[in-house]
Design a protein around this ligand. Structure first.
Ligand code: PLP
Length: 386
């Protein structure tokens, strides 16, 4: 038996996705830039996928730039966006973001600093929500020096959802470009880019049953980013390099599947599953906290602190008993440092080191969660006794 509660790290590719990719590899293997038939048929695959991504995200097809995933999309948004803003207005050199961003964004901020920018880190409260008052104050005092703000729509470790609408509108009032890292949001929650006050949005296929190594940056019409991958006119000159056609086709199919799942109105019942899972654990064990529990959260994410335990140890014990969970983000899971996201929320290092992330997929069942709770409760009791 194996219960996968680590879906924020990655999800199992859907069979329909695998079929589409296999078909591309064996039949539509042409270069989409070639003018002959084989090329045109590969181009058609890319165009179809672009339409499916656009439908899921709620943007125009020509606003999509295919990338190698969320990391590249986030890099392109932050560094490429910053570069372009600075070029047209050299006074705007500040990049803004909370300290709880994914390293793909944190390192992109560092690159902006290397290029002559200044990085201002915004604090988050105990609930994980960005401190809007501090943002307002910064914009009031130095708004005309700010180039770009980047904020995760839903946090990868806690699932906490930021008030993107409010943040975006504030930034727009001061002419500041807004990027949202929507890697954990897209495919799980409804998205209507057209009505969002943001300029750039990144997403990644493998978080919702698509393949790894493919994602997209959505660039609002009229907004410019300086390309990072040079050497080709692909993606309307925003990302050079021959398109990864099989992965893009798989991404498109994953978007179609997510779109029909979302229209089946399952969000409330999935949130109930998550709440039931947390309630069972809280009722069975003392000394458990739900990190970010006071804020709106993604239906699939539960970050729990188990007093007097070590997350690194629990992850291994749970894995041996058939439950996959995580001690933080996948990229940092080899590290013994407590999670920067949880520390940023003001948790003490002890509680942060005792916290585990459980993340569900749309096919996670009640039975799986009940069985997982038994295993988790046993493991935590044993860890505390030892
Ligand atoms: N941003 C967030 C919030 C993520 O959770 C991840 C992946 O874990 C990424 C960016 C990076 O995406 P990718 O793995 O597609 O590069």
């Amino acid at each position: 038996m194996s219960i996968n509660l680590d879906n924020n790290a990655t999800t199992r590719p859907a069979p329909e996705v695998i079929d589409a990719m296999t078909e591309c590899l064996s039949e539509d293997w042409g270069n989409p830039s070639s003018a002959h038939r084989r090329g045109l048929s590969a181009r058609r695959r890319v165009d179809l996928a672009r339409d499916s991504v656009a439908k899921l995200v709620g943007c125009r097809a020509n606003e999509i730039v295919f990338t190698s995933g969320g990391t590249e999309a986030g890099n392109l948004a932050v560094v490429g966006g910053f570069d372009r803003v600075r070029q047209s207005d050299p006074r705007r050199r500040i990049v803004i973001g909370p300290g709880t961003e994914h390293p793909a964004i944190g390192d992109a901020f560092a690159e902006c600093v290397r290029l002559g920018g200044e990085h201002v880190t915004l604090p988050v409260g105990n609930d994980g929500l960005l401190d809007i008052d501090v943002l307002e104050e910064l914009l009031r005092a130095r708004g005309d020096e700010c180039a770009l703000l980047s904020v995760m729509w839903a946090n990868n470790e806690t699932g906490v959802i930021q008030p993107l609408d409010r943040i975006g509108r504030l930034c727009r009032d001061h002419g500041v470009l807004v990027h949202t890292d929507a890697v954990q949001w897209v495919g799980r929650m409804p998205c209507d880019f057209a009505s969002l006050p943001v300029d750039l949005l990144s997403c990644s296929a493998h978080k919702f049953h698509g393949p790894k190594g493919v994602g997209a940056l959505v660039v609002r019409s009229g907004v410019q980013v300086r390309p990072r991958a040079l050497g080709g006119a692909q993606e309307r000159e925003r990302r050079g390099g021959t398109e990864n056609v099989p992965a893009i086709a798989g991404f498109g199919v994953a978007c179609e599947l997510a779109d029909s799942w979302l229209s089946a109105d399952r969000l409330e019942s999935m949130s109930r599953l998550r709440d039931g899972f947390e309630r069972l654990i809280l009722d069975s064990l003392p000394g458990v906290v739900v990190n970010g529990g006071g804020a709106p959260r993604l239906w699939n994410t539960s970050n729990l602190g188990f007093e007097s335990t070590r997350a690194q140890f629990l992850v291994v014990v749970l894995s041996e008993r058939g439950v996959a969970a995580s001690g933080g983000s996948a990229c940092a899971s080899g590290s013994i440092e407590p999670s920067g996201v949880l520390l940023g929320m003001g948790l003490d290092p002890e509680t942060a080191s005792s916290s585990l992330r459980f993340s569900m997929a749309r096919d996670t069942t009640d039975e799986e969660l009940e069985r997982a709770v038994e295993i988790i409760v046993d493991a935590v009791r044993a860890a505390r006794e030892s």
